[in-house]
Design a protein around this ligand. Structure first.
Ligand SMILES: Nc1ncnc2c1ncn2[C@@H]1O[C@H](COP(=O)(O)OP(=O)(O)O)[C@@H](O)[C@H]1O
Ligand SMILES: [Mg+2]
Length: 343
Protein backbone atom coordinates (compact mmCIF):
# COMPACT_ATOMS: atom_id res chain seq x y z
CA UNK A 1 0.00 0.00 0.00
CA UNK A 2 1.14 3.52 -0.78
CA UNK A 3 -0.12 6.13 1.62
CA UNK A 4 0.57 9.80 1.15
CA UNK A 5 -0.15 11.76 4.31
CA UNK A 6 -0.45 15.54 4.37
CA UNK A 7 2.10 15.85 1.63
CA UNK A 8 3.20 19.36 0.68
CA UNK A 9 5.90 20.58 -1.66
CA UNK A 10 7.11 24.14 -1.94
CA UNK A 11 9.65 25.16 -4.57
CA UNK A 12 11.97 28.07 -3.96
CA UNK A 13 12.02 30.16 -7.10
CA UNK A 14 13.51 33.51 -8.09
CA UNK A 15 10.03 35.00 -7.59
CA UNK A 16 9.66 33.54 -4.11
CA UNK A 17 8.13 30.36 -2.80
CA UNK A 18 5.77 28.38 -4.96
CA UNK A 19 3.57 25.75 -3.39
CA UNK A 20 3.22 22.97 -5.96
CA UNK A 21 1.45 20.50 -3.63
CA UNK A 22 -0.74 21.37 -0.70
CA UNK A 23 -1.59 18.86 2.00
CA UNK A 24 -2.26 15.84 -0.23
CA UNK A 25 -3.48 12.67 1.45
CA UNK A 26 -4.36 9.59 -0.55
CA UNK A 27 -4.09 5.83 -0.44
CA UNK A 28 -3.22 3.49 -3.28
CA UNK A 29 -3.95 -0.13 -2.44
CA UNK A 30 -1.75 -3.00 -3.57
CA UNK A 31 -2.63 -4.17 -7.05
CA UNK A 32 -4.61 -1.03 -7.97
CA UNK A 33 -4.19 0.93 -11.14
CA UNK A 34 -4.57 4.39 -9.68
CA UNK A 35 -5.01 7.43 -11.92
CA UNK A 36 -4.00 10.95 -10.98
CA UNK A 37 -5.51 13.49 -13.36
CA UNK A 38 -5.36 17.23 -13.67
CA UNK A 39 -4.64 20.04 -16.05
CA UNK A 40 -1.10 20.86 -17.07
CA UNK A 41 0.69 22.48 -14.13
CA UNK A 42 -1.63 20.90 -11.54
CA UNK A 43 1.32 19.24 -9.80
CA UNK A 44 0.95 15.68 -11.13
CA UNK A 45 4.60 15.14 -12.01
CA UNK A 46 5.71 16.68 -8.74
CA UNK A 47 3.37 14.36 -6.86
CA UNK A 48 4.56 11.24 -8.65
CA UNK A 49 8.19 12.27 -8.12
CA UNK A 50 7.46 12.56 -4.42
CA UNK A 51 6.38 8.91 -4.38
CA UNK A 52 9.92 7.76 -5.21
CA UNK A 53 11.51 10.76 -3.52
CA UNK A 54 13.07 12.07 -6.72
CA UNK A 55 11.49 15.16 -5.24
CA UNK A 56 11.71 15.43 -1.46
CA UNK A 57 8.40 16.63 0.03
CA UNK A 58 8.61 19.79 2.11
CA UNK A 59 6.37 18.14 4.67
CA UNK A 60 4.21 15.06 5.05
CA UNK A 61 4.82 11.36 4.74
CA UNK A 62 5.25 8.84 1.93
CA UNK A 63 4.39 5.52 3.55
CA UNK A 64 5.00 2.33 1.56
CA UNK A 65 5.33 -1.17 2.89
CA UNK A 66 7.35 -4.13 1.71
CA UNK A 67 10.19 -2.21 0.07
CA UNK A 68 12.94 -2.71 2.64
CA UNK A 69 14.08 -6.17 3.63
CA UNK A 70 13.49 -7.12 7.23
CA UNK A 71 11.13 -4.20 7.84
CA UNK A 72 7.56 -5.23 8.49
CA UNK A 73 4.89 -2.60 8.06
CA UNK A 74 4.86 0.69 6.21
CA UNK A 75 7.95 2.93 6.22
CA UNK A 76 8.15 6.64 5.53
CA UNK A 77 10.51 7.13 2.58
CA UNK A 78 11.34 10.60 3.89
CA UNK A 79 12.86 9.05 7.02
CA UNK A 80 14.81 6.23 5.43
CA UNK A 81 18.59 6.01 5.60
CA UNK A 82 20.31 6.48 2.22
CA UNK A 83 20.89 2.71 2.00
CA UNK A 84 17.24 1.93 2.76
CA UNK A 85 16.11 4.51 0.23
CA UNK A 86 18.35 3.02 -2.47
CA UNK A 87 16.83 -0.37 -1.78
CA UNK A 88 13.27 1.00 -1.73
CA UNK A 89 13.78 2.84 -5.01
CA UNK A 90 14.70 -0.38 -6.78
CA UNK A 91 11.13 -1.52 -6.13
CA UNK A 92 9.63 1.66 -7.59
CA UNK A 93 10.07 1.99 -11.36
CA UNK A 94 9.01 4.82 -13.56
CA UNK A 95 8.21 5.37 -17.23
CA UNK A 96 7.92 8.74 -18.95
CA UNK A 97 6.31 10.50 -21.87
CA UNK A 98 9.67 10.90 -23.63
CA UNK A 99 10.79 7.27 -22.90
CA UNK A 100 14.28 8.30 -21.66
CA UNK A 101 16.10 5.43 -23.38
CA UNK A 102 19.87 5.50 -23.82
CA UNK A 103 20.23 6.15 -27.52
CA UNK A 104 23.74 4.72 -27.90
CA UNK A 105 22.73 1.38 -26.39
CA UNK A 106 20.78 -1.44 -28.00
CA UNK A 107 17.36 -2.34 -26.62
CA UNK A 108 18.83 -5.36 -24.84
CA UNK A 109 21.54 -3.18 -23.24
CA UNK A 110 18.94 -0.60 -22.23
CA UNK A 111 16.97 -3.27 -20.40
CA UNK A 112 20.15 -4.64 -18.81
CA UNK A 113 21.12 -1.19 -17.52
CA UNK A 114 19.29 -1.19 -14.16
CA UNK A 115 20.50 -4.75 -13.53
CA UNK A 116 24.10 -3.70 -14.23
CA UNK A 117 23.75 -0.96 -11.66
CA UNK A 118 22.29 -3.41 -9.15
CA UNK A 119 25.26 -5.75 -9.73
CA UNK A 120 23.36 -8.59 -11.40
CA UNK A 121 25.83 -10.89 -13.23
CA UNK A 122 25.91 -10.14 -16.98
CA UNK A 123 24.66 -13.52 -18.23
CA UNK A 124 21.80 -13.51 -15.75
CA UNK A 125 20.86 -9.94 -16.72
CA UNK A 126 20.91 -10.84 -20.41
CA UNK A 127 18.64 -13.83 -19.82
CA UNK A 128 16.17 -11.71 -17.87
CA UNK A 129 16.29 -8.94 -20.50
CA UNK A 130 15.42 -11.45 -23.23
CA UNK A 131 12.45 -12.66 -21.17
CA UNK A 132 11.31 -9.07 -20.71
CA UNK A 133 11.59 -8.39 -24.45
CA UNK A 134 9.29 -11.35 -24.92
CA UNK A 135 6.90 -10.02 -22.27
CA UNK A 136 6.56 -6.63 -23.98
CA UNK A 137 6.08 -8.27 -27.37
CA UNK A 138 9.41 -7.28 -28.99
CA UNK A 139 11.55 -10.44 -28.92
CA UNK A 140 13.16 -9.51 -32.25
CA UNK A 141 14.41 -6.07 -31.16
CA UNK A 142 17.25 -7.13 -28.85
CA UNK A 143 20.00 -5.66 -31.03
CA UNK A 144 18.01 -2.73 -32.44
CA UNK A 145 18.81 0.81 -31.31
CA UNK A 146 16.07 3.09 -29.94
CA UNK A 147 16.29 5.36 -33.01
CA UNK A 148 15.14 2.42 -35.12
CA UNK A 149 11.90 2.02 -33.16
CA UNK A 150 8.47 3.63 -33.31
CA UNK A 151 7.20 5.56 -30.29
CA UNK A 152 5.09 2.66 -29.11
CA UNK A 153 8.03 0.27 -29.42
CA UNK A 154 10.27 2.67 -27.50
CA UNK A 155 7.74 2.77 -24.68
CA UNK A 156 7.62 -1.05 -24.68
CA UNK A 157 11.40 -1.14 -24.26
CA UNK A 158 11.13 1.46 -21.48
CA UNK A 159 8.52 -0.73 -19.79
CA UNK A 160 10.79 -3.78 -20.08
CA UNK A 161 13.61 -1.76 -18.54
CA UNK A 162 11.30 -0.59 -15.75
CA UNK A 163 10.43 -4.21 -14.98
CA UNK A 164 14.06 -5.35 -14.88
CA UNK A 165 14.40 -4.56 -11.19
CA UNK A 166 11.28 -6.61 -10.32
CA UNK A 167 9.46 -3.55 -8.99
CA UNK A 168 6.41 -3.63 -6.74
CA UNK A 169 5.26 -0.24 -7.99
CA UNK A 170 5.24 1.22 -11.50
CA UNK A 171 4.85 4.99 -11.86
CA UNK A 172 3.73 6.18 -15.30
CA UNK A 173 4.10 9.92 -15.95
CA UNK A 174 2.12 10.75 -19.11
CA UNK A 175 3.46 7.48 -20.54
CA UNK A 176 1.11 7.54 -23.53
CA UNK A 177 0.85 11.28 -24.11
CA UNK A 178 3.28 11.23 -27.05
CA UNK A 179 1.52 8.32 -28.76
CA UNK A 180 -1.35 8.11 -31.23
CA UNK A 181 -4.68 6.71 -29.98
CA UNK A 182 -4.20 3.18 -31.32
CA UNK A 183 -0.69 2.88 -29.91
CA UNK A 184 -1.90 4.42 -26.65
CA UNK A 185 -4.49 1.67 -26.33
CA UNK A 186 -1.95 -1.07 -26.96
CA UNK A 187 0.46 0.36 -24.36
CA UNK A 188 -2.40 0.66 -21.85
CA UNK A 189 -3.30 -2.98 -22.51
CA UNK A 190 0.31 -3.92 -21.81
CA UNK A 191 0.35 -1.96 -18.54
CA UNK A 192 -2.93 -3.59 -17.53
CA UNK A 193 -1.54 -7.00 -18.39
CA UNK A 194 1.57 -6.35 -16.30
CA UNK A 195 -0.58 -5.19 -13.40
CA UNK A 196 -2.67 -8.35 -13.53
CA UNK A 197 0.02 -10.91 -14.29
CA UNK A 198 2.80 -9.57 -12.11
CA UNK A 199 0.63 -7.98 -9.43
CA UNK A 200 2.45 -4.66 -9.75
CA UNK A 201 0.70 -1.61 -8.32
CA UNK A 202 0.47 1.09 -10.99
CA UNK A 203 0.12 4.85 -10.58
CA UNK A 204 -0.89 6.53 -13.82
CA UNK A 205 -0.41 10.27 -14.18
CA UNK A 206 -2.23 11.76 -17.12
CA UNK A 207 -4.13 14.75 -18.40
CA UNK A 208 -6.22 12.43 -20.59
CA UNK A 209 -9.49 11.24 -19.09
CA UNK A 210 -9.72 8.47 -21.71
CA UNK A 211 -6.58 6.87 -20.28
CA UNK A 212 -8.12 6.72 -16.82
CA UNK A 213 -11.38 5.34 -18.18
CA UNK A 214 -9.49 2.69 -20.06
CA UNK A 215 -7.41 1.13 -17.30
CA UNK A 216 -7.75 2.74 -13.86
CA UNK A 217 -9.75 1.37 -10.97
CA UNK A 218 -9.37 4.51 -8.85
CA UNK A 219 -8.74 8.14 -9.63
CA UNK A 220 -7.75 11.32 -7.86
CA UNK A 221 -8.29 14.79 -9.28
CA UNK A 222 -5.54 17.30 -8.73
CA UNK A 223 -6.00 21.03 -9.28
CA UNK A 224 -3.48 23.77 -8.47
CA UNK A 225 -1.61 21.43 -6.16
CA UNK A 226 -4.69 20.40 -4.22
CA UNK A 227 -6.54 17.09 -4.19
CA UNK A 228 -10.11 17.92 -5.15
CA UNK A 229 -11.68 14.48 -4.96
CA UNK A 230 -10.86 10.83 -5.29
CA UNK A 231 -12.66 7.52 -5.45
CA UNK A 232 -13.41 4.73 -7.86
CA UNK A 233 -13.42 5.74 -11.51
CA UNK A 234 -17.12 4.88 -11.59
CA UNK A 235 -17.93 7.22 -8.72
CA UNK A 236 -15.82 10.13 -9.80
CA UNK A 237 -16.46 9.98 -13.54
CA UNK A 238 -20.20 9.35 -13.38
CA UNK A 239 -20.78 12.05 -10.80
CA UNK A 240 -17.90 14.40 -10.06
CA UNK A 241 -18.48 16.23 -6.79
CA UNK A 242 -16.36 19.30 -7.36
CA UNK A 243 -16.40 21.99 -9.97
CA UNK A 244 -12.80 21.12 -10.89
CA UNK A 245 -13.82 17.48 -11.30
CA UNK A 246 -16.73 18.42 -13.51
CA UNK A 247 -14.54 20.64 -15.67
CA UNK A 248 -12.14 17.77 -16.29
CA UNK A 249 -14.67 15.01 -16.73
CA UNK A 250 -17.20 17.13 -18.58
CA UNK A 251 -15.28 19.92 -20.29
CA UNK A 252 -18.19 20.61 -22.64
CA UNK A 253 -20.66 21.40 -19.88
CA UNK A 254 -19.41 24.93 -19.59
CA UNK A 255 -19.77 25.62 -23.27
CA UNK A 256 -23.17 23.99 -23.54
CA UNK A 257 -24.66 25.87 -20.60
CA UNK A 258 -23.45 29.21 -21.96
CA UNK A 259 -25.25 28.46 -25.20
CA UNK A 260 -28.55 28.13 -23.36
CA UNK A 261 -28.31 30.75 -20.64
CA UNK A 262 -32.02 31.08 -20.02
CA UNK A 263 -32.85 27.40 -19.72
CA UNK A 264 -33.31 25.75 -16.41
CA UNK A 265 -30.54 23.20 -16.63
CA UNK A 266 -30.44 19.96 -14.73
CA UNK A 267 -27.92 17.19 -14.78
CA UNK A 268 -29.26 13.64 -14.85
CA UNK A 269 -26.70 11.07 -13.78
CA UNK A 270 -27.00 7.41 -14.76
CA UNK A 271 -25.51 4.85 -12.41
CA UNK A 272 -25.40 1.70 -14.45
CA UNK A 273 -29.13 1.51 -15.18
CA UNK A 274 -31.16 2.69 -18.15
CA UNK A 275 -29.79 4.59 -21.10
CA UNK A 276 -30.85 8.18 -21.59
CA UNK A 277 -32.88 8.05 -24.79
CA UNK A 278 -35.88 6.16 -23.29
CA UNK A 279 -35.98 8.58 -20.35
CA UNK A 280 -36.19 11.67 -22.55
CA UNK A 281 -38.74 10.01 -24.80
CA UNK A 282 -40.94 8.87 -21.93
CA UNK A 283 -40.66 12.31 -20.37
CA UNK A 284 -42.31 13.68 -23.51
CA UNK A 285 -44.87 10.90 -23.85
CA UNK A 286 -45.83 10.29 -20.20
CA UNK A 287 -45.56 13.87 -18.92
CA UNK A 288 -45.96 15.90 -22.06
CA UNK A 289 -42.77 17.77 -21.18
CA UNK A 290 -40.25 18.43 -23.88
CA UNK A 291 -36.72 18.70 -22.56
CA UNK A 292 -33.73 19.84 -24.56
CA UNK A 293 -30.70 17.64 -24.43
CA UNK A 294 -27.93 20.20 -24.06
CA UNK A 295 -25.13 17.78 -23.61
CA UNK A 296 -24.57 14.13 -22.97
CA UNK A 297 -21.75 11.83 -22.24
CA UNK A 298 -22.33 8.21 -21.52
CA UNK A 299 -19.59 5.75 -20.95
CA UNK A 300 -19.17 2.06 -20.64
CA UNK A 301 -17.25 1.27 -17.49
CA UNK A 302 -16.76 -2.33 -16.48
CA UNK A 303 -19.56 -3.33 -18.83
CA UNK A 304 -22.11 -0.99 -17.24
CA UNK A 305 -23.51 2.22 -18.68
CA UNK A 306 -22.59 5.35 -16.77
CA UNK A 307 -22.76 8.98 -17.62
CA UNK A 308 -24.92 12.03 -17.57
CA UNK A 309 -27.12 14.23 -19.67
CA UNK A 310 -27.62 17.92 -19.29
CA UNK A 311 -31.28 18.72 -19.84
CA UNK A 312 -32.80 22.12 -20.44
CA UNK A 313 -36.27 22.08 -18.88
CA UNK A 314 -39.12 24.33 -20.03
CA UNK A 315 -39.28 27.83 -18.54
CA UNK A 316 -42.80 27.12 -17.26
CA UNK A 317 -42.36 26.24 -13.54
CA UNK A 318 -45.27 23.83 -13.46
CA UNK A 319 -43.92 21.82 -16.41
CA UNK A 320 -40.43 21.90 -15.01
CA UNK A 321 -41.65 20.59 -11.65
CA UNK A 322 -43.56 17.79 -13.36
CA UNK A 323 -40.43 16.79 -15.25
CA UNK A 324 -38.35 16.86 -12.08
CA UNK A 325 -40.67 14.61 -10.13
CA UNK A 326 -40.90 12.20 -13.05
CA UNK A 327 -37.12 11.94 -13.40
CA UNK A 328 -36.71 11.60 -9.63
CA UNK A 329 -39.07 8.61 -9.68
CA UNK A 330 -36.78 6.69 -12.06
CA UNK A 331 -34.46 4.16 -10.53
CA UNK A 332 -30.68 4.23 -11.08
CA UNK A 333 -30.88 7.90 -11.91
CA UNK A 334 -29.83 10.97 -9.92
CA UNK A 335 -30.78 14.55 -10.57
CA UNK A 336 -28.83 17.67 -9.77
CA UNK A 337 -30.46 21.04 -10.10
CA UNK A 338 -29.15 24.55 -10.45
CA UNK A 339 -26.30 23.81 -12.80
CA UNK A 340 -24.15 26.87 -13.32
CA UNK A 341 -22.14 27.64 -16.41
CA UNK A 342 -19.74 24.83 -15.55
CA UNK A 343 -22.36 22.14 -16.06
N1 LIG B 1 11.77 22.44 -9.77
C1 LIG B 1 10.76 23.33 -9.79
N2 LIG B 1 10.96 24.61 -9.39
C2 LIG B 1 9.96 25.50 -9.39
N3 LIG B 1 8.71 25.24 -9.78
C3 LIG B 1 8.44 24.01 -10.21
C4 LIG B 1 9.45 22.98 -10.24
N4 LIG B 1 8.89 21.85 -10.71
C5 LIG B 1 7.59 22.14 -10.96
N5 LIG B 1 7.33 23.42 -10.66
C6 LIG B 1 6.02 24.10 -10.77
O1 LIG B 1 5.06 23.32 -10.08
C7 LIG B 1 3.83 23.29 -10.78
C8 LIG B 1 3.42 21.87 -11.03
O2 LIG B 1 4.31 21.28 -11.98
P1 LIG B 1 4.16 19.77 -12.43
O3 LIG B 1 4.17 18.90 -11.24
O4 LIG B 1 5.18 19.52 -13.46
O5 LIG B 1 2.69 19.78 -13.08
P2 LIG B 1 1.99 18.75 -14.06
O6 LIG B 1 2.82 17.52 -14.15
O7 LIG B 1 0.64 18.51 -13.46
O8 LIG B 1 1.84 19.43 -15.39
C9 LIG B 1 4.04 24.10 -12.06
O9 LIG B 1 3.53 25.38 -11.85
C10 LIG B 1 5.53 24.10 -12.21
O10 LIG B 1 5.95 25.27 -12.88
MG1 LIG C 1 3.75 16.57 -15.74
Amino acid sequence: MIELKNLSKTFQTADGDFQALENISLTVRDGDIFGIVGMSGAGKSTLVRCINLLERPTSGQVLIDGLVEGEAGPMDLCRMTPAQLRQARRSISMIFQQFNLLMQRTCLKNICFPMEIAGVPADQARKRALELLELVGLPDKASAYPAQLSGGQKQRIAIARALASDPKVLLCDEATSALDPTTTRSILRLIQDINRRLGITVVVITHEMAVVEEICSHVAILDHGRLMESGTVQEVFSNPKTEEGRKLVNPDGARVARMFPSSRIIRVVFNGGSAYEPLVASLAIDCGVKANILGADTKNIDGKAFGYILLGLPEDPEQAARAMSYIRSQKDVMVEEGMDEHG
